[in-house]
Design a protein around this ligand. Structure first.
Ligand SMILES: Nc1ncnc2c1ncn2[C@@H]1O[C@H](COP(=O)(O)OP(=O)(O)OP(=O)(O)O)[C@@H](O)[C@H]1O
Ligand SMILES: [Mg+2]
Length: 278
């Protein structure tokens, strides 16, 4: 079993409300997975099943081979897979940034020098060095969300699950937080599971998983998933704005590929059309 996260025929119900129905899923170490689905499709439920906040009604969830229903493994599971939620205000516990980031490693009982090093590294990874002594409540939403990410990073998890981390942020805050998430994945090899309603964020992932009616409706590379706009719409979603624009340019006769999902790809394709015209 090389998968860091593995769902085996996982079903979950809140009382009589069956939310997830026999889900199979595996996420490899180092992968960046985006999870999409309309409101109420079970994305947050799926996230909470990963680190044992919720337990499956049926089936099994494994984190690095550890069964989340094994209580003796729960603290090790939560060290391996950390969670970041939508609202940064609900995740900040201390009155100074560095104390907030130190909170979890202090609870692990690590020695002070180790804690100091982890806190400094985590704050540096999210680019908040200048705010280390600030009061979190005085920071912007995007900065607070980066404090929350640093708090999880200080646990040195192998996987971070982020449940709509940019939903409350302005465009600049969103792009800074997404930059941090991408770097943690590409440079530090941390496995990322990102739940989002922003298609352009999902376009940055290695793989997209779409939930619908309690099932996995799509599971594949962003280019493959986003190249079928009708299918996305039937799942209550859309394609990234740049893909929409590309499809309109194609309708207007420009020779472009339909699977353009990132702005830089469209720029490059348009430039090569311009070159060819000279
Ligand atoms: N604590 C709860 N008790 C009862 N029902 C719940 C609870 N939390 C969620 N649900 C229900 O379970 C279903 C899935 O909810 P979930 O929060 O997992 O969806 P989601 O995909 O994260 O939605 P959103 O996009 O709105 O965040 C919904 O029908 C919701 O009403
Ligand atoms: Mg949710």
């Amino acid at each position: 079993m090389n998968d860091l996260i593995r769902f085996e025929k996982v079903s979950f119900s809140y009382g009589t409300n069956n939310v997830l129905d026999s889900i199979d899923l595996s996420v490899e170490e180092g992968e960046f997975l985006a999870v999409l689905g309309y409101n109420g499709s079970g994305k947050s439920t799926l996230a909470k099943l990963i680190n044992g906040i919720l337990l499956p009604t049926e089936g099994k969830v494994y984190v690095d081979g550890m069964d989340t229903s094994d209580e003796t493994k729960l603290s090790e599971i939560r060290k391996t897979a950390g969670m970041v939620f939508q609202n940064p205000d609900n995740q900040i516990v201390a009155t100074i940034v560095e104390e907030d980031v130190a909170f979890a490693p202090e609870n692990l009982g690590l020695d002070p020098a180790e804690i100091r090093q982890r806190v400094d590294e985590a704050i540096q990874a999210v680019g908040l060095e200048k705010h280390i002594k600030d009061a979190p409540h005085k920071l912007s939403g995007g900065q607070k969300q980066r404090v929350a990410i640093a708090g999880v990073l200080a646990m040195q998890p192998r996987c971070i699950i982020l449940d709509e981390p940019t939903a409350m942020l302005d465009p600049k805050g969103r792009s800074l937080v997404m930059g941090v998430i991408e770097r943690l994945n590409r440079e530090k090899g941390i496995t990322i599971i990102l739940i989002t309603h922003f298609m352009e964020e999902a376009a940055l992932a290695d793989r997209i998983l779409i939930l619908s009616d309690g099932k996995v409706a799509e599971n594949g590379p962003p280019k493959e998933v986003f190249s079928r706009k009708d299918r996305m719409i039937s799942l209550g979603l859309e394609v990234p704005p740049v893909t929409d624009l590309t499809l309109r340019l194609i309708d207007n006769g420009l020779p472009l590929e339909k699977d353009i999902i990132r702005p830089e790809e469209l720029v490059e394709a348009l430039l090569s059309i311009k070159e060819a015209a000279h």
